[in-house]
Design a protein around this ligand. Structure first.
Ligand code: CAA
Length: 258
């Protein structure tokens, strides 16, 4: 059985980290398989991705501590780069990615969820960055994305003191959008993914890029980024379809990604 599974439901792709016995911890094999799975997503037919973990206990319990335990400084840096490159691929993936966080999201698991566009959590989810208790810093983006997601003060508490937060607190912090009983999590993720998939794909992709790229630069440049992406939507079939339908007071035809 592969350590990463891929399933397509209509226009939604579901990636499952499938190493349940180790609580879906990310070793090199899992990272390589995740990378390959992302490369193989058919962007013609897929409009949203969901990433989740196998089982009902853990999304991802972090990078694999056994594998990391004997790394040299250079190997540690290379392992960090491997994870960072893949998580950056998730973050900049052309279509939206939803994390369906079904349990522990610790270390690399919290980091993977934060590389996704939107996080939905089960009521047994737990977020944390336990790295300094293991003698290392977070290595797959945690020192950067946590502060950007929930603000510097609480992020630093979680990073320095390894304070873990449960699902409802994560929601209050803005780390997750919504919390569901575990048996309802995937349906909720699929429902949200379906709503995203029903909208005009060129516009959804351009919107993701505008938000992400705009956050990296000052407001004057950010607004220019938006203008270019806004302009890129015009003269597309989907723009004509959406606007004509509005003007004719009817629902648009299904969007075609054209
Ligand atoms: N790496 C490797 N194996 C892991 C793991 C990890 N991060 N997390 C869990 N496992 C393995 C355990 O070793 C155990 O394996 P065995 O059955 O072979 O002993 C199995 O998963 C089940 O785990 P537990 O018996 O510990 O389960 P539990 O319910 O008692 O505890 C837990 C669950 C609190 C999540 C606990 O497993 C835990 O604390 N895990 C480590 C969490 C962590 O520190 N993550 C951060 C890693 S560092 C990192 O991610 C760096 C980075 O930024 C890139």
């Amino acid at each position: 059985m592969s350590v990463v599974l891929y399933e397509q439901k209509d226009a939604v792709g579901i990636i499952t980290i499938n190493r349940e016995k180790a609580l879906n911890a990310l070793n090199s094999e899992v990272l390589d398989a995740l990378n390959k799975t992302l490369d193989e997503v058919n962007l013609e037919t897929t409009r949203c991705l969901i990433i989740t973990g196998a089982g009902q206990k853990s999304f991802v319990a972090g990078a694999d501590i056994g594998e990391m335990s004997t790394l040299t400084k250079a190997e540690g840096e290379a392992f960090g780069k491997k994870g960072n490159d893949i998580f950056r691929k998730v973050e900049t993936f052309p279509i939206p990615v939803i994390a369906a966080v079904n349990g522990f999201a610790l270390g690399g698991g919290c980091e993977l969820s934060m590389a996704c566009d939107i996080r939905l959590a089960s009521d047994n989810a737990r977020f944390g960055q336990p790295e300094v208790g293991l003698g290392i810093t977070p290595g797959f983006g945690g020192t950067q994305r946590l502060a950007r997601t929930i603000g510097v003060g609480k992020a630093k508490e979680m990073l320095y003191a390894c304070t873990q937060v449960k699902a409802e607190e994560a929601k209050a912090l803005g780390l997750v959008n919504a919390v569901y009983p575990i048996e309802e999590l995937m349906d909720a993720a699929l429902k949200l993914a379906g709503k995203i998939a029903a909208n005009a794909p060129i516009a959804v992709r351009a919107t993701k890029k505008a938000v992400n790229d705009g956050l990296q630069v000052d407001m004057d440049k950010a607004i220019e980024i938006e203008e270019k992406l806004f302009g890129s939507c015009f003269e597309t079939e989907d723009q004509k379809n959406g606007m004509t339908a509005f003007l004719e007071k009817r629902k648009p035809e299904p969007f075609l990604n054209k």
